[in-house]
Write a protein that binds this ligand. Structure first.
Ligand code: PSU
Ligand code: MN
Length: 288
């Protein structure tokens, strides 16, 4: 049911990468390029990338570039509950952070990189939408590097739920959880770390205590500080068109990419690649 590539199986330092952002986070064709750039960044940092998705009735850990090319907007978005179904039904399935974390457990992978974690949607409990990423992170013994949580969420509420779930929220050279596009202004992290090695040591210690997942928030290198009004307009447009649930993030992202003249698109790409590089450094440090 799970096919782990030889390279991933033999590697000491591995970083898992998700496929939802490849299939649903970028305009057609661009997601695959971002995925490949993230893989290259992991390699730069001395680790092996394991991009994960469901293909031809198997969970693949370590997709080839050719296989990754099959993940387009027609792929199913797979949260933790959807992975087994997609295998049996032989669907092409793009795993979210939560779906990817579920596979990490089975494959023994300790580090993952993404853009933004899912969480509590604005206006909770209407709609009562809380991403399965949060529960998956609480349960998986994996350190996830991200630029905080998705920008369209209620970030303070998500940070509270991470605390309730016992998930350490580390800030990479910052005291605040990054706000995805913006570096500053987010809720406080539970601890600031100065290096990948320090994050790796905290991960190891947390797992020795039987702990689950950790979040390592890395601020974007170039902060975009004027996106919030655009996010509010995108959410209003989504509400007006009755778009909700799994379709919301792709709608909002493409709205932002269009209305920002491409600046959110570049920012999104750059932060994913930067997070992949830092995750590679953490994975390498874990083996030291
Ligand atoms: N952040 C992005 N683009 C994305 C996602 C996050 O900038 O496509 C995806 C991730 O795969 C994340 C998922 O796990 O959205 C969460 O979706 P939901 O809120 O439906 O659980
Ligand atoms: Mn949701």
């Amino acid at each position: 049911m799970i096919r782990i590539s030889d390279e991933v199986r033999l590697a000491a330092a591995v970083v898992a990468l998700e496929t939802t952002l490849v299939a649903h986070g970028f305009p057609p064709g661009e997601g695959v390029e971002v995925g490949l750039a993230a893989e290259a960044a992991v390699r730069d940092a001395g680790a092996v990338p394991a991009t994960i998705g469901v293909l031809d009735g198997e969970i693949v850990v370590g997709l080839t570039a050719e296989e990754l090319g099959r993940f387009d907007a027609s792929a199913r978005k797979l949260g933790p509950r959807d992975v087994a179904t997609a295998v049996v039904q032989r669907a092409i399935g793009a795993t979210t952070v939560g779906g990817t974390l579920t596979v990490c457990g089975a494959a023994g992978i300790r580090v993952m990189a993404t853009g933004g974690l899912g969480g509590v949607h604005r206006g909770w409990p209407t709609p009562p939408d809380v991403s399965a990423d949060l529960r998956a992170l609480a349960e998986a013994s994996v350190l996830v590097v991200s630029s905080g949580v998705k920008s369209l969420l209620d970030v303070p509420a998500t940070a509270e739920l991470l605390e309730t779930s016992g998930v350490p929220v580390l800030g990479y050279r910052t005291d605040e959880l990054p706000l995805f596009y913006a570096a500053r202004g987010g809720p406080a992290v539970s601890a600031r770390v100065e290096s990948a090695g320090e994050a790796a040591r905290i991960g190891s210690a947390h797992w020795k205590l039987g702990g689950g997942g950790l979040l390592l928030g890395r601020p974007p290198d170039e902060s975009l500080d004027d996106v919030e009004p655009l996010i509010e307009r995108a959410l209003a447009a989504a509400a007006a068109e009755g778009i909700h649930g799994q379709a919301l993030t792709p709608f909002v992202l493409s709205y932002l990419h269009r209305e920002s003249g491409g600046s959110t698109l570049r920012a999104n790409r750059d932060l994913i690649v930067g997070n992949a590089r830092l995750a590679g450094e953490v994975a390498s440090a874990l083996t030291a």
